[in-house]
Design a protein around this ligand. Structure first.
Ligand SMILES: [Fe+2]
Ligand SMILES: [Fe+2]
Length: 480
């Protein structure tokens, strides 16, 4: 048989040989390429492992790929064992399938590969909190925005409305814009404007060791039909009027990260507030969906500080350490580089300091069964991080992802869930057939929007869960 096949291929004309080789190479390139590409997009491994229907479609693509290879194999055999000319029928069936596959995979590549090109206009300014501290020990910050066309801009700023400090002008034109503020003084009000735009102002935190008053919430889900923007509005109005030092947003800012229009809507809504308070958003699973991470990085993580990571941050305010991690669905986005960075940063922090962890995915949490997965205590997160947290005496952990409010205590570490910034609240887990109370749960509230007000002062932290109207829902004291 093998000698027959060998003779057959030796006798093929150049044209016939190219045809047969194309049959082999085309499916290899298109389907296998698409599968590799899907798995390489940040956030997609989590999406595939947590969402049933996505997993199903990926399996269909893999099965189709295998079938195509089998079809091509059969076609090769039929053609080579038979007469020396190409047998028409199997070849035609194979070619039809290949054309179909080519259309599907080119469509997939085309759609997913052009997410960063499909922008829908300029993005409003924000005052972002970055990793590290400036020359006066105040956290690094940056005024950032995005323009659809390449432009060159100037930031005018000062401690009075005269904007008396030396202006900052970009040296080259670009679409992403970021002005680093690393010379800020503590407890000082700054005024600024971009070109001849609005004048904004913000106040830097007071420089009292172990003092910080911040607001934190999560899961805005801009673009989702069932999100409640009145609640978001109330939360932001109260955050600005009650003079918090900084605002943290634990992710899922948008419903689908591949749609730039949702980022535009989110940033337009947030800009009037987050130009007046240092703001640190973090990456949620919805933000990175199908390639949204490129957009997230452009809008929320400017490349300003050499060698600093773009997806995770170590923020230090008055000796209080806040580690912002990229944990979207769970441990799927915990890369080796991130682990190395986190462990080495933790080694440089004293166990006597306040150490806070913030990220999107939850560790301990109450929850219920969703789409083939249990959305309570995330065992992978717990086994990856709990020992490390105990070893480094982590004080508090803040997550969203589940849309409810909860406080849990395990091994002296206080875990907070605050997925209540405006995304649709999850139903009460006790109303679900398959559900579980989170280990160490102390207090749980569902069906309520709001945020968590945290005031750290010396060795005590006061945690207050608040409604969008500023009503106190529950309060706890935590000791360092
Ligand atoms: Fe969410
Ligand atoms: Fe989420």
């Amino acid at each position: 048989m093998f000698s027959k096949i060998r003779t057959y291929y030796k006798n093929l004309s150049k044209k016939q040989l190219i045809f047969r080789l194309s049959l082999l190479i085309i499916p290899l390139l298109m389907f296998s390429g698409l599968i590799i590409y899907i798995f390489a997009i940040p956030g997609d491994i989590g999406l595939i492992s947590w969402v049933n229907w996505v997993r199903k479609y990926v399996i269909y693509i893999i099965v189709l790929d295998i079938l195509l290879f089998m079809l091509v194999g059969v076609d090769f055999l039929v053609a080579s064992i038979g007469r020396t000319e190409i047998k028409r029928l199997p070849s035609r069936i194979t070619v039809v399938f290949l054309i179909l596959g080519l259309i599907i995979s080119l469509g997939g590549f085309g759609y997913l590969g052009t997410v960063s090109l499909r922008r829908v206009g300029d993005k409003a300014p924000q005052l972002l909190l970055l990793g590290g501290v400036g020359i006066n020990n105040v956290p690094n910050m940056a005024v950032t925005f995005y323009t659809q066309e390449k432009t060159t801009n100037t930031l005018y700023w000062g401690t009075t409305l005269a904007l008396e400090l030396i202006e900052k002008t970009e040296t080259s034109s670009s679409k992403t814009h970021a002005f680093l503020l690393d010379t800020l003084e503590p407890n000082t009000t700054y005024y600024y404007k971009i070109n001849d735009g609005n004048v904004y102002n913000f106040t830097t935190p007071i420089d009292t060791p172990n003092y910080l008053h911040f607001a934190v919430s999560s899961d805005l889900h801009f673009g989702a039909d069932n999100a409640n923007r009145t609640a978001t509005y109330g939360i932001l109005e109260n955050i600005i009027s009650h003079n918090y030092d900084v605002l943290f947003n634990l992710g899922d800012m948008v419903e689908y990260g591949l749609f730039d229009a949702q980022y535009k809507e989110a940033m337009e809504f947030m800009s009037p507030y987050v130009t007046s308070i240092p703001y640190r958003p973090m990456i949620g699973n919805h933000d990175t969906m199908f390639g949204g991470k490129t957009l997230w990085r452009d809008y929320f993580s400017p490349e300003l500080i050499p060698n600093s990571p773009r997806d995770y941050f170590h923020i230090n305010i008055n000796g209080i350490h806040v580690f912002v991690l990229d944990l979207e669905w769970g441990t799927e986005s915990y890369t080796r580089a991130q682990r190395r960075w986190f462990e080495s940063e933790l080694n440089g922090v004293s166990n006597d300091d306040w150490v806070l962890i913030m990220n999107h995915a939850m560790y301990y949490s109450s929850g219920y069964f969703v789409d083939g997965e249990s959305w309570w205590d995330n065992q992978a997160m717990i086994s990856e991080f709990e020992d490390l947290f105990i070893e480094h005496d982590i004080d508090m952990v803040f997550s969203g992802h589940n849309h409810h409010m909860e406080i849990l205590n395990n091994s002296g570490i206080v875990y907070n869930i605050i997925g209540a910034f405006g995304g649709h609240p999850d139903p009460d887990y006790t109303t679900k057939v398959v559900s579980q109370q989170g280990t160490g749960s102390i207090w749980y509230l569902s069906g309520q929007h709001g945020y968590l007000d945290v005031e750290i002062n010396g060795s005590t932290a006061i945690l207050t869960f608040r409604s969008p109207e500023y009503t106190m829902l529950q309060t706890f004291n935590v000791l360092e």
